[in-house]
Design a protein around this ligand. Sequence first.
Ligand SMILES: C[S@@+](CC[C@H](N)C(=O)[O-])C[C@H]1O[C@@H](n2cnc3c(N)ncnc32)[C@H](O)[C@@H]1O
Length: 332
Amino acid sequence: MATAHLTHEYPGELNDVPGWFWPLDHVLFSWFLERQERLDTRGDLLELGAYLGKSAILLGHRLRDGETLTVCDLFGAEPPDAANRAEAAKSYASLTRQAFERNYLAFHDTLPTIVQAPSSAVVDEVAPGSCRFVHIDASHLYEHVEGDIGAARELLGPDGIVVLDDFRSEHTPGVAVAAWEAVLNRGLRPVCLSSQKLYGTWGDPEPVREELLAALRGRDDIAVTVERAAGHRLVRTRARGKGLRPPSLPASRHPAPVPSIGAGRPEAAPVPGPAPQARPAARATRPSTGRDRARRLALDLLPPLVTRAVRRYRAAQRAKAGGAAGAVQSRP
Ligand SMILES: C[S@@+](CC[C@H](N)C(=O)[O-])C[C@H]1O[C@@H](n2cnc3c(N)ncnc32)[C@H](O)[C@@H]1O
């Protein structure tokens, strides 16, 4: 947990929000939530552990009329025990609720329901059986995760989806114990695994798993393997290279301005198009040249805001060049 940094800039896009929520999980969250929408599965969304809002912002993007997103986080409040206090001091020392709210409101009109308290409080705030999707990503200590899994079970409706973060990370053995204990002893059925997260249900996993397998097999950017363990079918998913096609992501109200490149005076910003979908495929298939490497190095040395703006500008230029023929057009 050492990669995220707090920032006082408004996020120009979801990937500008610091956090531990990776592109393959953007795809999987979106797929599960879109499927629920398709099947008209109603219910609220719940996140335990929101940090600066990266995953909460995506959850908010999938809310439908009449549904509620609740996030529960300490946001700097006193942790309930010494081990949790040490965890918070090490990884989330400068987190504030205000920073979360600022990020969230960069993408959405209204805040979610916020429970600023230990995650054990959530069962008093959310009605039993009212949720269709619960993301467990608060404390990564066994006692807490074990309790959070129990809460999710109580709060999820039939066929609801629970996601357990960091179920197999080297630094979070307590989550691994709680996750597999839930699978072996508490009736949780895995639907799929990503590098970081276990997606499961206390309902029937077969229909959703089969549909997911069919959807993933139609994609060349996600590798899937299936194996059996202790009577469970484990579907493992992995991003192939860096060219993962992103799902629809919420747009920021503060997109980074695109500066002119090479010219000494400001130019009109190009209109950003749907190019990011095409860009990873183009990158993955074109052999890298010395010029490419020099350009990447130059980008890496620029301040992050400028780098982002330059990347967006180039993507927009590529989209323009691709023209009406669409996304595949930018493959060489
Ligand atoms: C790994 S971060 C969440 C990351 C976030 N979901 C994302 O995708 O960027 C864990 C969060 O859990 C919160 N947290 C830690 N212990 C907690 C507890 N006992 N109850 C509620 N929240 C807790 C921390 O304040 C931190 O914001």
